[in-house]
Design a binder for this molecule. Structure first.
Ligand code: MN
Length: 317
């Protein structure tokens, strides 16, 4: 798991340990992601399936793509398709992904890079491994998070943020037992590079075997912990066991606790988690396929605009 790694955690800025009066976030629910296939056939775990949308707000869904070792000729992507009304955030841990959209955004991302695409009023895009990787095969692992947009931002012009691994804020826990990568939002005053329409935080943390991370978390944000790989516990006084492919939904408080089991499987020697949270938007959601709007009429209008070619045209297609 390359993403971005650091040999000596003790040199990183340390998060403050919980103080007297700081409340740990309770564990409300632990769910297990169903596995399936997306696009032209890459394996995904649908991380937030089975969680009430009220608890996810401002997030819509999240897929763990892979981890998969492709044979030569096998890597899969998605064909050109539309989106409107929300953002797709693609974080690549291993492998390479190319992205192109009808609004002129796009680029190549690899180990630890993020593409933050605001679909806004609408675009077409394609997400695929580069041709050379298809020929050669190889490891592929990433995450795609769907972030809802507030009503007054849904029809904004599309926007594309290309966030490189070198820009991500790197921190460690109070006892230097975890690597905390802040991609967007801020943790204990340390801000990540991603720009968001509503307040939110996106973190990828790696917890060493036997170590414990107390992660300060904005009290106004909800909190979801998804395990990419490994096993451990989430929660302080009410610690719940959690493992690869499971999500913990946390209640309110000042910080959350993630502890890695002493013994991990050799194929995933550390506990790898995505932690996301945001200030809920609290607006009605009408979601159908690639469109996330506030009303059914707006979704119907999105389908009509797409069919009439108003989302632009595939590039080079
Ligand atoms: Mn897409």
């Amino acid at each position: 798991m390359p993403a971005i790694t650091v040999d000596d955690l003790t040199v990183l800025p340390r998060l403050k340990a919980p103080g007297l009066g700081d409340q740990p976030r309770p564990v409300w629910q632990v769910t297990t992601a169903p596995q399936g296939y997306e696009g032209e056939g890459f394996p995904v775990r649908r991380a937030f399936a089975g969680i009430d949308m009220l608890h996810l707000d401002p997030f819509i869904m999240m897929d763990q793509m892979g981890e998969v070792e492709y044979a030569p000729g096998e890597p899969k992507g998605t064909p050109w398709h539309p989106h409107r009304g929300f953002e797709t955030v693609t974080y690549i841990i291993d492998g390479v992904f190319e992205h192109q959209d009808s609004h002129g955004g796009g680029g190549t991302i690899t180990n630890g890079d993020t593409q933050w695409m605001t679909a806004g009023s609408g675009l077409l895009h394609i997400e695929t491994p580069p041709e050379w990787l298809v020929q050669a095969g190889g490891l592929f692992h990433g995450v795609q998070l769907w972030v809802n947009l507030p009503r007054d931002s849904k029809m904004n012009d599309p926007r594309y943020q290309d966030i490189r691994s070198s820009e991500v804020a790197l921190l460690t826990g109070a006892d230097a037992g975890a690597l905390v990568r802040v991609i967007a939002g801020s943790v204990d005053g340390h801000a990540g590079p991603g720009s968001t329409y509503s307040p939110m935080t996106l973190v990828h943390a790696t917890v060493e075997p036997g170590a414990r991370l107390d992660l300060p978390w904005n009290v106004d944000h909800n909190a979801l912990v998804y395990v990419l790989s490994g096993s451990g516990k989430v929660g302080a006084t009410d610690a719940s066991a959690i493992r690869t492919g499971q999500t913990a939904v946390l209640g309110s408080g000042d910080y959350l606790t993630i502890a890695a089991d002493e013994k991990q499987e050799s194929r995933s020697p550390k506990l790898e988690v995505i932690v996301v949270g945001g200030q809920p938007i609290r607006e009605p959601i009408a979601w159908a396929g690639p469109f996330v709007m506030n009303t059914k009429a707006e979704v119907a209008a999105a389908y009509e605009d797409f069919q009439k070619g108003r989302f632009g045209l595939p590039i080079g297609g």
